[in-house]
Design a protein around this ligand. Sequence first.
Ligand SMILES: [Zn+2]
Ligand SMILES: [Zn+2]
Length: 293
Amino acid sequence: MDEKEVVTTDRIKEAVAAVKAERPAYAEILAFYENIFLAQEAKKGQVHLEPIQISEELLSVKREGGFPLINKADFRVDIKVSETLLREICHLAPEANEMLAEAGPKIMDALDKGSLEASTLFSKILREDDTYFEKAAQKLEIDNKALAFFAYSSIEPCLSLCAEQLATYLKDRPWEKGYCPICGSPPALAMLRNEGERSLLCSFCNHQWRTQRIYCPFCDNKDHKTLHYFFSEEEKDYRVDVCDLCKKYIKTIDTRKMKRPVLPLVEQISTLHLDILAQEQGLESGISLWLQT
Ligand SMILES: [Zn+2]
Ligand SMILES: [Zn+2]
């Protein structure tokens, strides 16, 4: 298998269908996310973004200091395409859970009335302005996590495309950190491939980077005595890696054992039961709450 699974419309459909067949309990929630993933994928072809340039000088400072290439606020967003996607996602919301279903029409209404600016929403999500989301959500009488979810999902194609462009600066550059070499965000998921190489998936820009096998990306712990994992007998291709030091966990997919098409974005949704199990044990996910919506 390649280092990174290529996302295409067919691949999304195949991966979702395979998970639905394996785990019917996820059929409903995956139907909603499949439509979101397909809408996002379709938008990628319409996005126009100037490449982000990084000078040789700045690049070497970043390399030496172990800094990510950019800050999240530096991501470029095609406002027009992202706003169209935002409206599409609002239309899809009634198929989602109650929190999103309630928020979708209210966001759409506010956009139409001009009381909510899509461009502000996008810039605030890049700046992680929690106060803005709390206030704006309160005004709309919706959940702030829902508002952040809509904003993030709408710019996701731009983030992925920016990350793909920026990844060209990372060639031949080993990265030993637990945060994304592109944007500095924590990983949402880990993948084991081929001979057991472990990769991490960025929770924000979807970049994937290779990492050490025995390693907690949230606190840099490398001591095997305080790192362990659990899995259920029925699902040997999934496990939850746990760090006793920082009490955080990360879900891991062992793609070597899977005979079906795998897409990390789909797996992230179809493993929500593992998040529940981990959180019942008092463990914390290392990613922002609104990314877990
Ligand atoms: Zn990233
Ligand atoms: Zn840790």
